[in-house]
Design a protein around this ligand. Structure first.
Ligand SMILES: [Zn+2]
Length: 313
């Protein structure tokens, strides 16, 4: 009797052990691993990927996306990911390509199924006529890469990501499309609100440090008349600064938008020479702790810009 019980409990242990080893997927369904270069792409991927993906951005929202310092953790993330989403247009060319190579992950090599350049979905502004190379220091040789700052492009990018996720995970393709539809609806509602808030400021002239805002300006009807940088990626020079100050005085422009990663010395002196105001708008999700997603990015920037435009009226 005793040995029978022992045999029975041994059999039970074997059955349980087998169940645990053979069916771990039942307890934790496999999620697609997604890595994005920027937080904005991570936010859009999260919108459409929901709980079927794990998404991680490489850069922080307050870093200059042209010049991100690679960390060992980037390689670990890239090594194991199913999908890499990048901005493209050479925005990440200074830091991303060697990491992709070193990751040894075949899926995310430029010809791989898990490599997604989001610029293919977006409306791209400032595409140079003729030849522009980075050798001259211009960091926008293929057109302006800050295209996510127009909600219309956010919508296009989200649709592109939803399609790609469905391609990599066909059983969940309908789920990703459903998530996209829901995102599109919420974005359209938010856009109506943002457009209404900005309507009174259409045609207002501003100056920006870097060419980060052409898509934003076009969407909301702002007129960017000059830049603190003589060319994208080239630090301010005294002669260019004097020209800019004169232009601002002539046109009565009082707002200088500055990204969070640029030195404020030149913008501050421009503001004091023109009686203007420096405004630190955030180009990316996570630029401030409260900017937790793509919607809050526009909420934050529009609120800040309206206040500034009101103050210098
Ligand atoms: Zn740029």
């Amino acid at each position: 009797m005793k040995s029978y019980l022992r045999v029975r409990s041994l059999a039970l242990i074997i059955v349980l052990l087998c169940a645990a080893l053979c069916f771990p997927a039942v307890a934790a369904p496999k999620k697609l691993k997604v890595v994005t270069t920027l937080t904005d792409l991570a936010s859009l991927a999260q919108e459409v990927g929901g709980d079927k993906i794990d998404v991680e951005p490489l850069a922080k929202g307050y870093q200059d996306p042209h010049f991100v310092e690679p960390k060992p953790s980037f390689l670990l993330k890239l090594r194991n990911t199913d999908l890499l989403i990048l901005v493209g247009l050479d925005l990440e060319i200074g830091w991303l390509p060697p990491l992709i190579t070193q990751s040894g992950n075949g899926k995310i090599q430029p010809a791989g199924q898990g490599y997604l350049d989001a610029s293919q979905f977006a409306q791209i502004l400032e595409i140079p006529q003729g030849k522009v190379t980075r050798a001259e220091g211009d960091v926008h040789p293929l057109g302006n890469p800050h295209y996510w700052l127009d909600p219309n492009n956010g919508r296009r990018i989200a649709r592109g990501i939803a399609n790609k996720l469905g391609e990599l995970d066909p059983p969940d393709a309908a789920y990703f499309q459903q998530r996209y539809q829901d995102f599109e609806k919420r974005l359209l509602e938010a856009e109506k609100r943002w457009d209404a808030e900005m309507a009174a400021y259409r045609g207002r002239k501003i100056v920006t440090y870097h060419r980060s805002w052409p898509n934003f300006a076009e969407h909301f009807g702002l007129d960017v008349i000059g830049y603190v940088e003589p060319r994208p990626g080239i630090p301010p020079t005294p002669s260019h600064t004097i020209e800019l100050v004169n232009l601002m005085k002539r046109e009565n422009v009082k707002i200088v938008l500055v990204e969070p990663y640029f030195d404020l010395k030149t913008p501050n002196s421009i503001a004091s020479m023109t009686g203007g105001k420096v405004v630190q708008m955030m180009p990316s999700v996570g630029g401030k702790p409260e900017i937790t997603d793509y919607f809050k990015l526009f909420d934050y920037d529009i609120n800040l810009l309206k206040q500034a435009l009101d103050q210098v009226k």
